[in-house]
Ligand binder design. Structure first.
Ligand code: ATP
Ligand code: FE2
Length: 330
């Protein structure tokens, strides 16, 4: 079976094509075009225009790389939730049109769960605690009784959003996380910052204001601030992840989401796991950031479990949370 996955929740328009045979999954193509900016943040209408502009070329390229024709596709999956209404609509329209004209079944998937399912597939991590860290989301998740339960999460902005907003102030453009990682490597001087863990939850808004104020004062270097913000926010994430391991008795941690590309975060999670006899898992970067392959992977699982969507019901759900999705494929 060949499944096409369409990702359009935010900055990335991505198409992934997977092929499954006798329980083996092969990723044939994973093509994406990312909206970037030098000065401003993400303006939804502008990103939607970007997706309209690139969707056909991304699709054609994915067919070429996968070496298949349109008619070979058996199932179409698209990111139905959560995300920016403007951009979700582009992917949904693309998927509905395709399903209607080619008479193919359609599946709508939750983007956050797709991040997790591709990680489980690629790393083979068995029943892990999942640390899902991206621009909009920061959640510590574990599967229990037909739902992905959220054990802890951000009380305000996502950790990636915190890094991106600070990077914008430094004039580094979007996405800023990778650039902060590079600057942080040039320092080892820790500047004390607020450390905000509340029970199993975290918060980044106050830290962001604090580093913005410190930078604007001119008393601190970019490098030292980048190093210090990484050390602080990643320690917070490691703390709640470790507590989730302790509470649930699980022994594996799976990293997911764009911020998990950060080598320092991977290292810190690895050290924590080692110290308590647990194991950490992390797929390669192209499957951590937003991508179409993960939408295809979850689409296939959901299709097999009978979750086909009627075209007229394929409307977007910008606010659907990870723990609201009924998981009938595990
Ligand atoms: P979601 O909808 O799941 O919240 P997203 O739209 O934020 O996802 P992702 O591609 O999962 O998209 O994550 C993007 C985020 O990851 C951005 O905030 C970006 O700065 C951050 N990021 C990417 N690489 C790194 C890195 N090396 N270090 C830190 N952050 C990174
Ligand atoms: Fe994402």
């Amino acid at each position: 079976m060949i499944v096409l996955g369409i990702e359009s929740t935010a900055h990335t328009f991505g198409i992934g094509i997977i092929k499954t045979e006798a329980n083996k999954t092969k990723i044939l193509a994973n093509v994406k075009d990312i909206y970037t900016t030098q000065k401003e943040g993400i303006i939804p209408a502008k990103v939607a225009d970007h997706h309209v502009e690139v969707c056909d070329s991304v699709f054609q390229k994915s067919l070429e790389i996968a070496k298949i024709k349109k008619k070979d596709i058996d199932v179409i999956a698209f990111s139905q939730s959560p995300g920016l209404g403007h951009t979700l609509r582009i992917g949904a329209m693309f998927a509905r049109t395709f399903a209607a004209t080619l008479h193919k079944p359609l599946v709508g998937v939750n983007h956050c769960i797709a991040h997790l399912e591709i990680g489980r597939l690629l790393t083979k991590a068995k029943d892990p605690i999942m640390l899902y860290v991206s621009g909009a989301n920061t959640q510590v998740i574990a599967y229990e009784a037909e739902k992905y339960r959220i054990f802890g999460e951000t009380l305000d902005i996502g950790v990636g959003n915190c890094l991106d907003t600070f990077a914008r102030l430094l004039g580094l453009g979007f996405p800023g996380g990778p650039k902060i990682e590079q600057l942080a490597k040039k320092s080892s001087k820790y500047i004390a910052l607020p450390y905000v863990v509340k029970g199993m939850d975290v918060s980044f808004g106050g830290i962001l204001t604090n580093i913005q104020t410190k930078f604007s004062s001119g008393e601190f270097s970019k490098e030292d601030l980048c190093y210090s913000v990484q050390e602080t926010v990643f320690s917070m994430l490691v703390e709640v992840t470790e507590r989730a391991l302790a509470h649930t008795g699980k022994t594996k941690v799976l990293l997911a989401g764009g911020v998990a590309c950060n080598k320092r975060l991977q290292q810190m999670v690895g050290v924590m796991c080692k110290e308590r006899g647990a194991t950490s898992y992390c797929p390669e970067n192209q499957y951590l950031v937003d991508n179409g392959a993960m939408i295809a992977v979850l689409g296939k699982l959901m299709y097999d479990a009978g979750n086909e969507l009627q075209i007229e019901k394929a409307i977007i759900e910008p606010y659907l949370r990870t723990d609201e999705v009924f998981v009938n494929w595990r």
